[in-house]
Design a protein. Structure first.
Length: 164
């Protein structure tokens, strides 16, 4: 199931949209606006937490770390604006059981900008950990462990991000 074609993965992502053809057209431009909740839920991770867990901000370091701890998952990095976020795709229904303090699992029906599968670098939102197969999502437990590690490292750090 690993390393399926970009087309198969794109088609799977597009089926999360009420009008998959519209999502495919949006992917042709770069980013499709997709509803969360049917094919996948999404955990919004503050960048300082991810960077602390990964031991750095360099995209290659973060990408390697995410691949190691989230295995066959999929994570989007959106570095636009004041709030810098990572979005981990997790199994549908995760929102109902997610209880990690200060880290939100987006509610079903929330819309998320999802980059085309081959967008793996800036500018704009990109896949920090691209999906390698249809249905590729992170294990929620692994995401919770990543958050715990990042929050613990931030508490031990004298940096201003300590409050996360």
């Amino acid at each position: 199931m690993k390393n399926q074609s970009s087309r198969a993965i794109t088609n799977w992502l597009a089926t999360a949209h009420d009008v998959p053809a519209q999502a495919r057209r949006e992917f042709d431009v770069g980013i499709a606006l997709m509803p969360v909740g049917e094919k996948f839920d999404v955990i919004r991770l503050p960048a300082p937490v991810v960077h602390a867990a990964a031991g750095g901000e360099d995209p290659d370091v973060v990408g390697s770390f995410l691949a190691e701890v989230l295995e066959d998952g999929a994570v989007i990095h959106d570095a636009y604006g004041v709030g810098v976020w990572y979005y981990a795709l997790v199994p549908p229904g995760t929102h109902a059981v997610w209880r990690v303090p200060r880290v939100e699992c987006l509610r079903p029906g929330t819309w998320l900008g999802v980059p085309r599968v081959d967008l793996t670098a800036r500018p704009g939102p990109y896949w920090a950990l691209p999906p390698s197969a249809v249905g590729c999502v992170c294990a929620a437990r692994a995401v919770a462990d990543l958050v715990a590690l990042g929050q613990r490292r931030l508490r031990q750090s004298p940096a201003p991000e300590r409050m996360l």
